[in-house]
Design a binder for this molecule. Sequence first.
Ligand code: COA
Length: 164
Amino acid sequence: MKKKAIYPGTFDPITKGHKDIIIRASRIFDELIVAISTRKGKNPLFSLKERMRMARLTCRGLDNVKVCEFKGLLVHFAQRMGVSTIIRGLRAISDFEYEFQMALMNHQMNQEIENIFFMSNLETSFLSSSLLKEIALSGGDISAFVPQEILAIIEKRITLITHE
Ligand code: COA
């Protein structure tokens, strides 16, 4: 039986930290689904289409990784895809409480669901999508924080916003 997992998130935008986790998870699982939430709650800066495109470019060359969008509850999406493992990254102790709560809630809603946490690596443990957006919107250099292949897309979007 194939070992499958879902790596869900808002990915607004996907970062080098996310990419690191995708690569590491793709070595352990036969199939990895990077699932992008359509939820507007976090008020994403990038449209779903842009987030999907950036994630696809980031995952190019990883043959067992596919990028999908999902609406509604993650546990329902996992069930529809026939996947019972959810991957999340942990950067610092501050992530733990939120991740623990989400993992328990998901498990409560579907007892089949198992959560696996990857510790972020040292170089990306300080990274967050919000911080890098703040830096970019203020004219800073974000090239160290995002995959090279999506840098131009982010910069184009930021230029459009700052000239609005
Ligand atoms: N490297 C860098 N940054 C990382 C990271 C890593 N390894 N791991 C997490 N992050 C950061 C992101 O940059 C992001 O930063 P931000 O808060 O500044 O934007 C933050 O951690 C988390 O973002 P992301 O990884 O995109 O995930 P998320 O927390 O937005 O995802 C969902 C949440 C989508 C998984 C969750 O809301 C969900 O499942 N929603 C569906 C509805 C549902 O089922 N709800 C019930 C849940 S119990």
